[in-house]
Design a protein around this ligand. Sequence first.
Ligand SMILES: [Fe+2]
Length: 201
Amino acid sequence: MDAFNLLKADHRKVEELFSQLESASGQAKMRVFEQIKMELELHTHIEEKIFYPALEKPKQTHDLTLEAYEEHDVVKKLLGEMSKAKSATEEWQAQAKVLQENVEHHVEEEENELFEKAEAALSEEQIEALGEQMEAEKERKQRSATKSSSKKKSANKSASKSKSASTAQKRTRASKKSGSKSSSKSSGTKRSKKSGKKSRR
Ligand SMILES: [Fe+2]
């Protein structure tokens, strides 16, 4: 996917989420906001890391790119403020409106001005390559986000897991032992039978 189509797809996704935010109420509103925040953070990250640096140098896109960085900062500050809230108060909803207006303005400027100028400043190959790089970075970020969020859960489970794993190991060892020495009546078989019983507790 080329850079423009990738970013446009992100824009449409966020627009859809903003319309969901308007119709949602109570805690559902907060959950939609969390999704918007995640999408915008991912989107601004790939733009700032890959797309904007490529557009900073060409004369045609230089000024608009610097403006875009500033607009991102405003959006990030608002996201930070809003994420402190526990419920959608009137003030929070006013901030949500300002956030939406800022994002809409930024999207409009990107799609109607920046992309057009970028198309003139960069080659088709560059635009395609930027799209691929942003796609890869997005996947990498999403993977690391999923990892860190599941880290806590797995840490909580690890104690009980390791216990059951060792029990399972004991069981396997015991059954192997008793299986290979099934005909003998040595003390080893007795021991393995014993440990087998123990592990079944
Ligand atoms: Fe942007």
